[in-house]
Design a protein around this ligand. Structure first.
Ligand code: ADP
Ligand code: MG
Length: 284
């Protein structure tokens, strides 16, 4: 636990990749759970209508449960809808329900449609500090596999992007599109946004292909890519069906140890400088 570093201020990550099934949700919940286990206060915002992050964290998210939808479109605050994970008092989750599946379209016609999550998160973090609650150290926003308004809201609310990349043949396909979209967000909505972290996931470490993909990613993203690689592990894929992360389901498994090490690495790297010298409006 002692080797996890508490950040000087809240670090907000969007976990994004417009490909489905690359390990976004698994990464968001397991990194969050590993940090919470080490004593940090962590908030996961489930921003995907599929609600997989809510499921993995053991959070109630049946239709009608107060959720991300109500924050984006119903005038609720995050404090109104946030739940505590059964595995840890300091692991919080804003659940997603099936109601969120209409949000992508409903958002189109509302005011400040790109920045609703940012405003809600900002207000929540300020309110917590006013009411003397422990500061949230890390926020992870789990995104759907698309670059629509839900993902735009996440990019506007975060300072950092964490991209999970599967070590398989088409791994880098689509990445340039993702980076182009992030550039557009920086230009128009959130100049502080930085791709700070890349995590290689679901790796069959013994195969040549996995090694080749890993070294290609490291060549392109030397600073961003974590040293830790997440192996393919049955325990990781089993955990959600028990409403758990692999961190609580089987803490000594190879998958849990790898996610804990990746989480530790993130806490030991500094936040990108733009997040410490400017606020999210880009003002000094
Ligand atoms: P995404 O959120 O990008 O769609 P998920 O995190 O849901 O991807 O992962 C897709 C599937 O792969 C899920 O069934 C998940 O349990 C499984 N999975 C993710 N990471 C691993 C891993 N390291 N080893 C084995 N299965 C994994
Ligand atoms: Mg997902």
């Amino acid at each position: 636990g002692s080797s996890f570093v508490r950040p000087e201020q809240t670090r907000v990550f969007t976990v994004a990749n417009q490909k489905g099934g690359v390990g976004k949700t698994t990464t968001a919940v397991n990194i969050a759970a590993a940090m919470a286990r080490a004593g940090l206060t962590v908030l996961v915002i489930d921003n995907d209508p599929q609600g997989n992050a809510s499921t993995a964290l053991g959070i109630e998210h049946g239709s009608g449960t107060p959720s991300t939808y109500d924050v984006l479109l119903g005038g609720s605050t995050i404090a109104d809808v946030v739940q505590v994970s059964p595995s840890s008092d300091n692991l919080l989750c804003v659940p997603s329900t099936i109601d969120l599946s209409g949000a992508e379209i409903e958002l189109v016609t509302v005011d400040s449609r790109e920045t609703r999550l940012r405003e809600a998160l900002r207000a929540y973090l300020v309110d917590r500090s006013r009411s003397g609650l422990p500061r949230v150290d890390y926020v992870f926003i789990d995104c759907p596999p698309s670059l629509g308004l839900l993902t735009v809201n996440a990019f506007s609310a975060a300072a950092e992007v964490l991209i999970p990349i599967q070590t398989e043949y088409y791994a880098l396909e689509g990445l340039s599109q993702l980076l182009k979209n992030i550039e557009l967000i920086r230009a128009h909505l959130n100049p502080a946004l930085t791709v700070s972290t890349i995590l290689l996931t679901m790796s069959d470490i013994r195969t040549n292909l996995a090694r080749e993909v890993a070294s290609e990613v490291r060549e392109h993203f030397a600073e961003q890519t974590l040293r830790t690689v997440i192996p393919r592990s049955v325990r990781i894929s089993e955990a959600p069906s028990y409403g758990q992360t692999v961190i609580s389901y089987d803490p000594s498994s190879s998958g849990a140890l790898a996610y804990a090490e990746a989480a530790r690495e993130i806490t030991r790297r500094e936040a990108p400088s733009s997040t410490t010298t400017t606020n999210r409006d880009g003002q000094a």
